[in-house]
Design a protein around this ligand. Structure first.
Ligand SMILES: NC(=O)c1ccc[n+]([C@@H]2O[C@H](COP(=O)([O-])OP(=O)(O)OC[C@H]3O[C@@H](n4cnc5c(N)ncnc54)[C@H](OP(=O)(O)O)[C@@H]3O)[C@@H](O)[C@H]2O)c1
Length: 339
């Protein structure tokens, strides 16, 4: 029998992407998608590409006692923590795509997100949802904090170097994202004449993904992680390429560096070592391409993902598969794009 899923925040980009993936999932059925603003309207009004695949109307909220196995929160930070306490009490599995439960330190959250955390008690219950690093914890968890899109590309790029202790956990991170990373609400920076046919840096030293990247770097290295993180907006809709510069602690040549990646990611179905990671090659897929070069005494590490799939909804489904006992790749086993 299929497991039943609910999506809170169904009109948004990640909510739509969850529905696109789950409508073809062999073992999960979407039974409810919420929107406060489009309640009562067909899901295919907001997501025309889902016509014929998702035959539901948006509900304004989950009904009390709704019989669900998993709930995806595709909601902004601040909103997710309003929903999580009741969901946790109900016993349902929860995958939160926002930043509300990613940081293990409440003060750090409140400083970077500029708001009080209303549910600090559930932070220790949340497992950080990168399956390639925390698979067993995810399998056992009731609440997964699905990682941010930039952190996913960045951490997967650097993890082998930090896990095997061959580089210092102090990185310069230069990352570029497509415009869907900002969600569906329009803003002047995301207006096509401003962001089309150009590239710009933003949030320099202030982007909320900085403490998340540093937290996981520190966990992997076993000492404080530091990242000088500069995000850029590039004129594509989907995709992130993260380029990370780290000082090497060991004198490894190119083949030895590559061997570190092949060891750490051996058997991973969604991580691929390639010479030239490329956002096009992973677009519309849950795959991540990684690579590393040695330049002088430094390693230059790369990670490429689709921000809406491996950077959000695909990874959320990968985590839900683990939580519900499905094959980890169920519903996700498709390649990226060629041209
Ligand atoms: N876009 C990406 O590439 C990406 C990647 C990784 C993580 N994320 C994270 O995933 C989350 C969703 O991102 P998105 O890009 O899909 O955002 P979005 O396009 O702005 O959609 C947000 C959705 O949440 C609903 N919503 C807003 N406030 C709500 C509340 N208080 N209670 C219930 N529903 C509420 C909205 O619909 P109604 O107002 O109609 O209810 C809408 O459906 C965010 O936390 C974001 O940071 C996004």
């Amino acid at each position: 029998m299929s497991k039943k899923a609910g999506i809170i925040g169904g009109t948004g980009y990640t909510g739509g992407e969850l529905a696109r993936i789950l409508c073809r999932h062999p073992g999960i059925e979407i039974v409810v998608m919420t929107s406060r603003q489009q309640a009562g309207k067909p899901v295919s009004d907001a997501h025309g590409h889902l016509k014929g695949y998702v035959d539901l109307e948006f509900s304004s909220a989950l009904s009390p006692g709704e019989d669900l196995d998993v709930v995806f929160l595709a909601t902004p930070h601040g909103a997710s923590m309003q929903h999580v306490p009741a969901l946790m009490d109900s016993g349902v599995k929860v995958v939160d795509l926002s930043g509300d439960y990613r940081l293990d330190d409440v003060e750090t959250y409140e400083r970077w997100y500029g708001m009080d955390h209303s549910d600090p008690g559930n932070i220790p219950n949340a497992v950080y949802g990168i399956p390639e690093l925390y698979r067993d914890d995810i399998r056992r968890s009731q609440l997964v904090a699905n990682p941010g899109c930039y952190p996913t590309a960045t951490i997967l790029a650097m993890a082998p170097l930090l896990k095997e202790g061959v580089a210092d956990p102090d990185a310069i991170v230069d990352a570029k994202s497509g415009t869907s990373g900002a969600g569906m609400s329009p803003s002047p920076r995301l207006h096509h004449p401003r962001c089309g046919e150009t590239i710009l840096a933003y949030g320099v030293g202030t982007h909320r993904h900085t403490p998340e990247i540093e937290m996981v770097m520190g966990r992997l290295a076993g000492s404080e992680g530091k990242a000088l993180f500069t995000p850029h907006l590039m004129p594509v809709v989907r995709g992130i390429l993260s380029t990370c510069y780290l000082e090497l602690k060991e004198d490894l040549d190119a083949d030895e560096l590559r061997a570190v990646y092949e060891r750490v990611y051996a058997g991973e179905r969604f991580i691929h070592y390639v010479d030239e990671p490329c956002v096009r090659a992973v677009a519309m897929s849950n795959h991540c391409q990684v690579s590393v070069r040695r330049v002088g005494g430094r390693a230059v590490a790369f990670g490429a993902i689709d921000n809406l799939v491996k950077g959000a909804s695909g990874q959320a489904v990968q985590c839900a598969n683990l939580m519900l006992g499905f094959d980890e790749a169920a519903g996700l086993d498709v390649p990226g794009m060629g041209v």
